[in-house]
Design a protein around this ligand. Structure first.
Ligand code: GRF
Length: 217
């Protein structure tokens, strides 16, 4: 469990060492932007200390730079194995003393050793109501399946793809005139709302995991 800052009644907590976020991206970074906005307007008491991308051209890197956040590009081609790559990721995150790792459209599978380096301290956002439609293009999978309710999930990352304990979910209705693109856009609005909220919940501490269940009381 993440160490929380001691907070006494009436005392405000501030972003400190236990609220240092590292965000991993591969693409446009709209969820990263939602986190940046939440930190900037005080909804999320945290500091994004590094944004790491596995693609030099990821649009999210520009968003990070515009917000004055340190960026690191770690391209897989420079490494000989997944283990080496993940060890470099871990080293970078440790160098920044990151306390919570947030995957935000990071399109690489992480090894068990990466997950073990940050036990219960890696979050991911997935564009479906897990456990339905894990893997790529969750929104398209849901649309093609014909579900009437779709949504997004924030979960703790375990070695199983999109399989860790669920921190938060949000639903959207699938209308008959929705296209895969319009459905993805509706889901994305919910992603941007619930991911910063869920990060705040996890950083606040006081939660536990029983079996697969993430419990706050
Ligand atoms: C989001 O749909 C997220 O759920 C999925 O990848 C996409 C990333 O989008 N994991 P963005 O880069 O945050 O805009």
């Amino acid at each position: 469990m993440i160490e929380n800052e001691t907070s006494h009644a009436g005392q405000v907590t501030h972003a400190g060492d236990s609220r240092r976020l590292g965000v991993l991206i591969s693409g446009r970074g709209s969820n990263l932007q939602a986190m940046i906005a939440a930190v900037a307007d005080g909804r999320l008491d945290a500091a994004i200390v590094v944004v790491i991308s596995n693609r030099a051209g990821a649009g999210g890197l520009d968003r990070a730079r515009a917000a004055g956040i340190e960026t690191v590009v770690l391209e897989y081609g420079a490494f000989t194995s997944r283990e080496d790559y993940d060890a470099a990721l871990v080293a970078e995150l440790r160098r920044q003393e990151v306390s919570l790792v947030c995957l935000a459209g990071f399109m690489r599978l992480l090894s068990a050793s990466f997950v073990e380096a940050f036990p219960n301290r890696i979050l991911n956002i997935h564009p479906s109501l897990l456990p339905a439609f894990p893997g790529l293009h969750g929104q398209d999978q849901a649309w093609r399946y014909g579900v009437k309710v779709a949504g997004a999930t924030v979960h703790i990352v375990t070695p199983e793809l999109d399989g860790g304990p669920i921190v938060s979910q949000a639903t959207v209705a699938v209308e008959e005139n929705d296209t895969p693109a319009s459905l993805a856009a509706k889901i994305l609005v919910e992603e941007h709302r619930i991911y910063p909220e869920a990060i705040g919940v996890v950083l606040a501490g006081g939660w536990r995991i029983e079996g697969r269940r993430f419990l706050r009381s």
